[in-house]
Write a protein that binds this ligand. Structure first.
Ligand code: NAI
Ligand code: MG
Length: 350
């Protein structure tokens, strides 16, 4: 039988609870669909590993991960025990070394989960975040530390190649959806970097004449996510803008615990990474009440990536039916534990 081999990196806090719950759902979906199986290998790296070994992950962690078909991550970080700058390092190294340049973050409303916006709009959008360059390149310095004349320089780096591949990815995705692409820009004030983004969009648009395009400045788009979110289909954004916008897209659809994400190497030359958008939530860690839906839907994105689209679709339908029936964890106003909600979703699969 076809076997997909996955590195399971639960991380810290609720990362462990939600990925364990999601893996149970993924196995159930694989059994139901038939024709393939999933094999998970667990890597217990993170804060507890650091307390034992003096580092967050072994020195050769990249080499250990490389042979896998995908990486399934919970969340990393526990700032009270270890500074985030140390704990999050392997995650950043994974994204960069494996050139996971497309970060795909769908956000949609669910029947049964109240949208916090007035008028309860139906939202169904995907933010494609450029994940390899832009504002997050490590490029700059601090000068005269501590002195009154201290200054910092941090330069963003936007390449034509990086912009073009992000936009093409967005166009291809829009063609499978509602044929609309919006670019988050700021060319009015950042007249080099975002003028280049605007220009590449203009050059590509005629090749995708079936996709309607527009561009909005980042401040306007933030307002429009709240004012008329139903307008948006695919939104393409630079690294920083995409990071900010996806906290907002998560918030307007009813909660951080629901949102999945994929960090893709679209050329498939290295494993891609799937993880919920939320963090490790130390405030509720160990209580067994974390919402597993973001992790479960990230698992469905992973199955799509493997080409197991029927199983992925079944998981999304089971999540929808379960939430519509009013089942939920405390963050959704429900009373179920992490595992109890996952069990309801498994039952809905059958
Ligand atoms: P967070 O996302 O962990 O939590 C924010 C709030 O949302 C908390 O009140 C938490 O209880 C709640 N929440 C988050 N996920 C939930 C879920 N599945 N179910 C129910 N409630 C949920 O963000 P925070 O507190 O800013 O960060 C905590 C740690 O996570 C930090 O170390 C941070 O760096 C790390 N982090 C890691 C990420 C990753 O691994 N990709 C992403 C974001 C944060
Ligand atoms: Mg973020």
């Amino acid at each position: 039988m076809k076997t997909h081999r996955i590195a399971h990196y639960p991380g810290d806090g609720i990362g462990v609870d939600v990925t364990d719950a999601a893996i149970a759902v993924l196995h159930a979906a694989a059994r139901r669909a038939g024709g393939f199986q999933l094999e998970f290998t667990r890597f217990d790296w993170g804060v507890a590993y650091h307390e034992k070994h003096g580092r967050v992950a072994p020195a050769d962690f990249i080499a250990q991960l490389r042979p896998f078909d995908a990486i399934f991550l919970g969340a990393v970080g526990w700032p009270a025990r270890l500074p985030d700058g140390i704990t999050l390092r392997p995650l950043i190294e994974i994204r960069q070394t494996f050139d996971q340049w497309a970060c795909v973050r769908p956000a949609r409303t669910f029947t049964g989960v109240p949208c916090p916006l007035a008028g309860r709009p139906t939202i169904d959008m995907v933010v494609v975040r450029e994940n390899s360059e832009g504002e997050y390149v490590d490029n700059g310095g601090r000068f005269h530390p501590g002195a009154p004349e201290e200054f910092a320089v941090q330069s963003a780096l936007h390449t034509r190649r990086g912009i073009e591949r992000a936009l093409r990815f967005g166009f291809d995705l829009a063609r499978k959806r509602r044929h609309r692409l919006t670019l988050a820009t700021k060319s009015n004030a950042q007249r080099y970097a975002f003028a280049l983004w605007d220009e590449v969009l203009e050059q590509l648009a005629p090749q995708y004449a079936d996709v309607e395009t527009d561009k909005q400045h980042i401040d306007a788009i933030a307002m429009n996510f709240v004012r008329r979110p139903e307008f948006f289909d695919v939104v393409v954004a630079s690294n920083l803008f995409g990071d900010i916008l996806t906290d907002l897209s998560g918030a307007i659809t009813g909660g951080l615990g629901l949102n999945p994400s994929a960090n893709l190497n679209p050329e498939r030359r290295a494993p891609s990474l799937f993880e919920p958008v939320h963090g490790s939530a130390p405030d509720i860690a160990g209580k067994g009440i974390a919402n597993p839906v973001g992790a479960i839907l990230s698992g469905a994105m992973m199955l799509d990536w493997f080409g197991e689209v029927a199983a992925a679709r079944a998981i999304r339908a089971a999540v929808d039916a379960t939430l519509a029936a009013g089942h939920g964890t405390p963050d959704l106003g429900g009373r179920l534990s992490t595992t109890a909600l996952a069990e309801k979703i498994v039952a809905a699969l059958a």
